[in-house]
Design a binder for this molecule. Structure first.
Ligand SMILES: Nc1ncnc2c1ncn2[C@@H]1O[C@H](COP(=O)(O)OP(=O)(O)OP(=O)(O)O)[C@@H](O)[C@H]1O
Length: 829
């Protein structure tokens, strides 16, 4: 006899089957449309080629969206009081008669699914959640949204079961299941379990600046990404043109979130770390916290402006330029006049340079003409003399020294390498100690051996060190951008860059064409190279995202910034240049701010650019960190600010965090626990390594960390463990863990940054600094030496708070000596 549950499930399965049949049909139709467009020869006019490409791009995008909807196509239904039912899913679908059979989660009508409560049911009597695996319904959970008649009239005593159809699980069960699942190293979409407070933020109006504030694990990142998908759905025409820029703190973080939008069918979003916001520069150099903080200081605006002015030089004495068998002279006054004229044009340095050169070349031409017996020449003859002068290396070098063509890289590289130039640019804006933070000693030492033309007095030989290839740091990027604004395009570079860009575009076209031929099974019928050639005329297919990646002056339609509390004033200037419309979603938590001197309020952080024209929305429920861990983190939070409210944990796991004191763990305990992992390695070589590690440092930090990490790994099974420590301890601990736990595939450091990033997320155990762990989450965290974190150069309590709140289940703190008082709750009793 089938139960009610069985009957309900069979009914939902039948409906889901209908949806998938329709999905397959629509995919086939779209594939056919794309195939036809691609095979069409067209009239060959530029207009028809553009139209064809637009159609092809539209069909290809739609096909990508349909493909992305395959997993969890439908995840719920809404039952209305009048008996209607609406199914809700990843995309909208209509049947062949154009009747809607599935509503996109972003459609206005879907709002009720996320917001209806017993108190405010939005016209619904029941919300149904469907759990699916592949194309199969595996579970149903109902939220009744109307009271039974007897309860509504106050006469009954039963529970609010409403029309639950015999299904007992509720939407909360689905949420808790999602939260308790082992972490995979990647963030997933949460459309099936979005909560009302999150939905409200996702659907908030798009104009203006919206700040999403909330404690760790409250879903700020998840909400921001879903908001991007919502905005693209609602305003596709505009945002497809201009694009959405998502800025996240680190490459690991971007990798962690990079599947969320594609799983929602959205691919046209640009992701960047602060180090990648200046096209052509991949800034991953490392520098100390104080230097990075100084580079982010708004005083750097004036320093850079002064550095540019300093490159427009007045010689101390007359400049002598040998030309043919005579000597040409440029007096100080002449140069000063030319410089004033060029500056008055208010053009950027590189384009004003043309005015400066024109003035001085005219002067030099006159001197040459005056020395020709017979004097007067016509305009053509004078022009020829000017060209001859400019082709003379000595003339060019002298004029370049007075007003050089500059790239941002050259300006900054030479500035940081030259203490005297830095002192001139800094003036009284920076103290000598601050200036020395900016000095690049490595390059400075190299340039000390090379003659550098300092005053444009005619000595040949500009700096031969190519400082453009120094290791830029993320904090340099806003300075490069600031410089680029003041310098403008260096003409020579523009041509070369255009050619490079064109080649890159052609390669992308070929790659895309190969993908399309493959996807449509057109091998043998269409040649990918030929297809790419056909596209290579009009560029309609290239998305805004493709252009934006390479063009510094590209302006985005919407900006999303994660960990916005870490953004320095100089970086804000860059970001607002990328999004001058100032329509942005900024996500952050001031309590997690690591950088010293960070502002205490959003007003202070955003005021300089947007005044008070921003709205703050707060998320208050912590979905990640269980209550047991949050109790410990709350002490740290209150130590920072006793007035702050602690986010409410949505669940507890019945397992208290523990502390392991260095010295209390013996080598035997380490080996014994590693053996418990059931790897069968006890008798083999690697165990010797493990013993070696443990015995070489009996009772020391390494042994304790190995012990705690292996215990955590055995507890989390398929999940992920993070060992979080000071940056300088990473190599040692990583090496020890790799030797001790080879079977656990500890994330290795790698010379290739891309694979190091992948490693950190994919390996069962990762060793990370607090900064690298920002925004990420793990089943278990082993936090190493909290006292050392507190004593670090960043805001110690904030770092500790971040590290403590990365775990979804287990937390172990490894310490030597005494636990810091703020973690007193963990002390062994
Ligand atoms: N409604 C939800 N349904 C399922 N999971 C959710 C929901 N909201 C948040 N989560 C999960 O909670 C975790 C924390 O979310 P997220 O990383 O967005 O938080 P955050 O506020 O950005 O945290 P932090 O400030 O620490 O970076 C993620 O695993 C996310 O998928």
């Amino acid at each position: 006899m089938p139960t009610t549950q069985d009957v309900e499930r069979a009914r939902e399965q039948a409906y889901l089957d209908t949806l998938y049949i329709r999905l397959d049909e629509v995919r086939e139709i779209t594939r056919g449309q794309l195939r036809r467009v691609l095979l069409e020869s067209g009239t060959g006019t530029p207009q028809s080629l553009v139209e064809r490409d637009v159609f092809a791009a539209t069909h290809a995008d739609r096909l990508a969206r349909l493909d992305a909807a395959e997993g969890r196509l439908c995840f719920g239904a809404m039952d209305y009081a009048d008996g209607r039912r609406t199914y809700i899913g990843r995309i909208g679908l209509s049947d062949s008669g154009q009747e809607p059979i599935l509503v996109d989660w972003r459609a206005p009508v879907a709002t009720a699914f996320y917001r209806a409560t017993l108190a405010d049911p939005h016209g619904l009597v029941r919300r149904r959640h469907l759990r699916t695996k592949g194309r199969e319904v595996t579970g149903i959970a109902d939220d009744p949204l109307s009271l039974p008649v007897d309860m509504a009239t106050g006469t009954g005593s039963g529970t609010a079961t409403g029309k639950s159809g015999g299904v007992t699980a509720s939407g909360d069960t689905m949420l808790l299941e999602a939260l308790a699942a082992p972490r995979t190293g990647r963030m997933h979409d949460i459309i099936a379990t979005l909560q009302a407070e999150q939905d409200r933020i996702i659907r908030a109006r798009a104009n203006g600046v919206l700040v999403v504030d909330g404690g760790p694990g409250t879903g700020k990142t998840a909400v921001a990404l879903h908001r991007a998908a919502y905005l693209l759905y609602n305003d596709r025409a505009r945002l497809d043109q201009s694009g959405v820029l998502v800025v996240g703190p680190s490459p690991v973080f971007l990798r962690y979130i990079d599947q969320v939008l594609p799983s929602l069918g959205e691919t046209g979003v640009i992701f960047a770390t602060p180090g990648r916001l200046f096209p052509g520069v991949d800034a991953h150099g490392v520098e100390d916290v104080a230097t990075a903080a100084l580079k982010g200081d708004p005083r750097m605006v004036e320093v850079i402006a002064a550095a540019v002015r300093d490159r427009q030089r007045l010689p101390r004495r007359e400049v002598l330029i040998p030309y043919d068998d005579r000597m040409l002279r440029l007096g100080r006054d002449t140069v000063a006049r030319a410089r004033t004229r060029a500056r008055r044009s208010r053009r950027p340095h590189n384009s004003a340079r043309r005015i400066f050169l024109r003035e001085l070349l005219a002067e030099l031409t006159t001197q040459v003409v005056n020395q020709i017996p017979g004097g007067l020449l016509d305009a053509d003859e004078r022009g020829q003399i000017t060209r001859d002068l400019w082709s003379e290396e000595g003339v060019r070098t002298a004029l370049d020294g007075l007003w050089p063509l500059l790239t941002p890289q050259r300006l900054l590289g030479e500035l940081f390498a030259d203490p005297a130039a830095l002192a001139r640019a800094a003036g009284s804006r920076l103290t000598p100690a601050e200036r020395s933070l900016l000095e690049d000693r490595r390059t400075a030492a190299a340039s000390a051996r090379i003659p550098v033309q300092r005053d444009g007095a005619g000595t040949a030989g500009t700096a031969a060190v190519d400082r453009a290839d120094r290791a830029w740091t993320p904090a340099d990027v806003p300075l490069l951008d600031e410089a680029a604004e003041l310098l403008g395009d260096p003409d020579e570079e523009t041509g070369r860059e255009t050619a490079r860009r064109a080649e890159r575009e052609r390669e992308e076209e070929r790659e895309y064409a190969r993908g399309v031929v493959d996807m449509l099974g057109l091998e043998g019928q269409v040649d990918a190279e030929a297809l790419a050639e056909r596209w290579s005329g009009p560029r309609a297919r290239r998305s805004a995202a493709d252009h934006a990646r390479e063009d510094r002056t590209w302006t985005f339609g919407h900006l999303i910034v994660d960990e916005a509390q870490e953004v320095s004033p100089m970086l804000w200037r860059l970001l607002w240049r990328r999004c001058p419309g100032r329509t942005a979603t900024l996500v952050g938590d001031l309590a997690q701010t690591a950088r010293p001197g960070a502002p205490a309020s959003w007003g202070e952080l955003l005021g300089p650019a947007v005044g008070d024209r921003f709205t703050v929305e707060r998320l208050s429920v912590n979905y990640r960190t269980p209550q047991e861990i949050m109790d410990v983190a709350a002490d740290v939070l209150r130590a920072q600010d006793p007035t702050v409210s602690v986010p409410l944990s949505v669940r507890s796991v019945g397992c208290a965090p523990t502390a392991v004191r260095v010295g209390d763990v013996t080598a035997d305990e380490v080996s014994g626990l590693v053996g418990l992992l059931g790897t069968g390695l006890l008798e083999t070589g690697p165990l010797e390594d493990r013993r070696t590690v443990a015995q070489a440092h009996p009772g020391d930090l390494v042994a304790a960390v190995v012990y705690a990490a292996s215990r955590a790994a055995s507890e989390v099974g398929d999940g992920r463990v993070a060992v979080i420590c000071r940056p300088q301890d990473i190599p040692g601990l990583r090496g020890a863990l790799m030797a001790a736990l080879p079977d656990l595939a500890v994330a290795a450091d790698s010379v290739d940054p891309a694979s190091a990033v992948g490693n950190a997320l994919d390996a069962p155990v990762a060793v990370l600094s607090v900064a690298e762990s920002k925004g990420l989450e793990f089943d278990a965290v082993v936090l190493v030496e909290p006292a050392a974190l507190l004593a670090g150069p960043t805001r110690g309590l904030a770092d500790l708070y971040v590290a403590l709140t990365r775990a979804t289940r287990f937390l172990t703190v490894v310490y030597s000596g005494e636990l810091p008082p703020v973690l007193g709750r963990l002390a062994p009793r």
